[in-house]
Design a binder for this molecule. Structure first.
Ligand code: G4P
Length: 528
C-alpha cells in the first residue's frame, strides 16, 4: 500500500444525525474524550451559560442555547483518524446540515431509547439514504426507562425501511441497566455507573453459556439475556458489511452516552467497518481519494469565526491527494491560483495550522470572500464536484436597513451572505427592497445579528406576502421574455443574476406553471 493510500484508509469522516435532545452533544463529547481530544468531560457541553461552548461563535446561538453552525472535530483513536462533522440539530438550520452530510462518508444516527425515531432523525436519514450512506445506530439513554429493544429495532426497520442487526444487546434498562452483551465479540461489558470514567475492557465470554455470566450478573438478568439474544439472533440477519456499506443495513448499538457507555464499542465499530473516504462524483468523472493530485470541494462557509479578525473560513473536504501547507491550488470557478498559506484544522475547541492533510480530511481556508459553497480547488484540473444542494427558500422577508442611508452597505452585506450560501437574496425587478429567503425562520435573526456585527448595518426584516421562490429557465429567450412581461411584479434576480419567480401563494405558482409550459421552474439551484 502506498503511504498515501495507507493514510487515506485510516480516515473516517462522519457526522452524527439525531433529533434535538437525543444526546448528540453528549455523545460528541464522549467521542472526543475517548479520542483524547479533550481531557475533561464537560468541555464540549459545559453547563449553564457556557453550554455548547465549542461552537459558540455567535451571540444568537448563546442566547438561544442552540448550535447554529456545524463544526469539525478531528481526533485519533485506535490508529484511526476521525473527522467528526457536527451538524446543528435545530430544524431551522437543516440546510447547513444537508450540506455537511455531503462531506461525510458515513453517519451515526443517535436515537433516544424512550422516543425511538423522531421527525428530525427521519428527515436526516432520508438525506443519508439519497446518497446511499452507511449508517450506524446508537440507541441512547438506556439508563432511563426506555422502550423495549425489540420494539426499537422493529421501528427502525419499519419506519426507515432499513435492515437492522444489533451489535450489542442491553441488559436491563433504566435503574436496572447493567450493561450490554457485545454480540460481535461475545463480550460482556458492564457499566460503571456514575463514575464517569472510561469503562473497563469488558469480560470476554465463551458465548452466552459461559458460567462467568452467572457469576457477574443476577440470575434473572442472565436468564433474560440468554433468552433475548437467542431470539434476536433468530430474528435479525447477521451483520453483513457489504449491505451496511451500501446503506441497506444498520448495526445497532445500545448505550448511555452520559455514562460513557457503549461509546468505545461504537468507535471500534467505526474504525473497523465504517468506510474510509469514498470516491467523489464530479461533473466529468469520479475522483478517487488516492489520486496523487490534490482536489477538494467547499461545502460550507463560516464567517466571523473569530470576531477579532473578520475572516471567513471556507470548509473544504479534500477529495483526493496529500495536501501540504503552502501549496498553490487553482480556484476552478475563477481560474485564479490561491496560495494555501494558513489552512486550519479543527481539534475539539481549537483550531491550528494544518501542515498537511489527506483525502477525507476537512481543512478550513481563511479567505475574504473568494470562496463560495460548491467551489473546487485543484492542482490544475477543471473539476466540478456535484451534489452540494441548494434549497428553495420557504420563508421570504424584506430586508430594510434601520438607517436608509445604509442601503448600499446592506446590499453588499447581503450579496456576500448569498455568496456564502447562508441565505438566498433576491432583487425584485420592481422596487428597491431586497428579499431574503431562508429555509427556517430563525435564520432571519441569525442574519440580522451577523449583519449588525460583521457589516455594522442595523437591519430589520419585514413580512412579505410571498410564499416561495423558483428559479426559472427557458430554452427559448422569447418564451422567457413573455413570461417575464406577464409576471413583472413577481420577477427578480438572485445574487448571480439568475431569474427568479416569487410566488404569492401555491395557487399563483401553479397558475404560472400551467400558463407557461415552456418555462422550467427549479425548486433548487445547484451551486455555481
Ligand atoms: P442533543 O445534542 O442531541 O440535543 O442532546 P444533548 O447531548 O444535549 O442531551 C440532551 C439531554 O439528554 C441532556 O440533558 C443530556 O444530559 C441528556 N442525556 C444525554 N445522554 C444521556 C444518557 O445517556 N442518559 C441520560 N439519562 N441522559 C442523557 P438536559 O437535562 O437537557 O441537559 P443538562 O442539564 O443535563 O445539560
Amino acid at each position: 500500500m502506498s503511504p498515501l493510500t495507507d493514510e487515506i484508509s485510516k480516515r473516517r469522516t462522519f457526522a452524527i444525525i439525531s433529533h434535538p435532545d437525543a444526546g448528540k452533544t453528549t455523545l460528541t463529547e464522549k467521542l472526543l474524550l475517548f479520542g483524547g481530544a479533550i481531557q475533561l468531560a464537560g468541555a464540549v457541553k459545559a453547563r449553564g451559560d457556557s453550554r455548547r461552548a465549542h461552537s459558540d461563535w455567535m451571540k444568537v446561538e448563546r442566547e438561544r442555547g442552540i448550535s447554529v453552525a456545524s463544526s469539525v472535530m478531528t481526533f485519533d483513536y485506535l490508529n484511526t483518524t476521525f473527522n467528526l462533522l457536527d451538524t446543528p440539530g435545530h430544524e431551522d438550520f437543516s440546510e447547513d446540515t444537508y450540506r455537511t452530510l455531503t462531506a461525510v462518508d458515513s453517519a451515526v444516527m443517535v436515537i433516544d431509547g424512550a422516543k425511538g425515531i423522531e421527525s428530525q432523525t427521519r428527515k436526516l436519514f432520508e438525506v443519508c439514504r439519497l446518497r446511499d450512506m452507511p449508517v450506524f445506530t446508537f440507541v441512547n439513554k438506556m439508563d432511563r426507562e426506555s422502550r423495549d429493544p425489540f420494539d426499537i429495532l422493529d421501528e427502525i426497520e419499519q419506519s426507515l425501511a432499513l435492515d437492522v442487526t444489533p451489535a450489542s444487546w442491553p441488559i436491563g434498562m433504566g435503574r436496572e441497566f447493567l450493561g450490554c452483551y457485545d454480540l460481535f465479540r461475545d463480550r460482556l461489558i458492564l457499566m460503571a455507573r456514575g463514575k464517569g470514567d472510561v469503562p473497563d475492557d469488558g469480560v470476554v465470554c465463551e458465548g452466552l453459556d459461559d458460567p462467568k455470566l452467572d457469576q457477574l450478573l443476577p440470575a434473572h438478568a442472565v436468564a433474560k439475556l440468554r433468552e433475548e439474544v437467542d431470539m434476536v439472533r433468530g430474528l435479525c440477519p447477521p451483520f453483513n458489511t457489504q449491505s451496511y456499506l451500501e446503506g441497506h443495513m444498520t448495526p445497532v448499538y445500545f448505550g448511555s452516552a452520559i455514562n460513557n457507555f457503549g461509546v468505545r464499542e461504537l468507535l471500534s465499530g467505526l474504525s473497523e467497518t465504517a468506510p474510509s473516504p469514498r470516491p467523489q462524483p464530479s461533473r466529468d468523472r469520479m475522483v478517487v481519494p488516492d489520486e496523487s493530485k490534490v482536489s477538494g470541494v467547499v461545502f460550507k462557509i463560516q464567517a466571523n469565526m473569530d470576531p477579532k479578525h473578520r475572516d471567513r473560513i471556507a470548509f473544504m473536504r479534500l477529495c483526493s491527494g496529500h495536501f501540504r501547507r503552502g501549496m498553490k491550488l487553482k480556484h476552478v470557478r475563477s481560474g485564479k491560483i490561491m496560495n494555501m498559506h494558513n489552512p486550519v484544522m479543527f481539534l475539539a475547541q481549537d483550531r491550528e495550522v494544518a501542515e498537511e492533510a489527506f483525502a477525507g480530511d476537512i481543512i478550513g481556508i481563511p479567505n475574504h470572500g473568494q470562496l463560495r459553497i460548491g467551489d473546487t480547488l485543484s492542482e490544475g484540473e477543471d473539476l466540478y464536484f456535484t451534489g452540494i444542494p441548494s434549497f428553495a427558500p420557504e420563508y421570504l422577508q424584506k430586508a430594510r436597513p434601520d438607517d436608509p442611508l445604509k442601503a448600499k452597505h446592506l446590499g453588499r452585506a447581503l450579496q456576500q451572505i448569498a455568496e456564502e450560501g447562508a441565505a438566498r437574496v433576491f432583487k425584485p425587478a420592481l422596487g428597491a427592497d431586497w428579499i431574503v429567503g431562508v429555509v427556517g425562520p430563525l435564520q432571519f435573526e441569525v442574519l440580522a445579528d451577523r449583519i449588525r456585527t460583521e457589516y455594522e448595518v442595523s437591519v430589520h426584516f419585514e413580512q412579505t406576502e410571498l410564499y416561495t421562490a423558483r428559479w426559472v429557465e427557458a430554452v427559448d429567450d422569447r418564451a422567457m421574455k413573455a413570461f417575464f412581461d406577464a409576471n413583472r411584479a413577481a420577477m427578480g434576480e438572485d445574487h448571480d443574476g439568475a431569474s427568479v419567480f416569487m410566488a404569492r401563494n401555491a395557487w399563483h405558482l401553479n397558475k404560472a406553471q400551467e400558463d407557461f409550459p415552456d418555462i422550467v421552474f427549479h425548486k433548487t439551484k445547484e451551486q455555481t
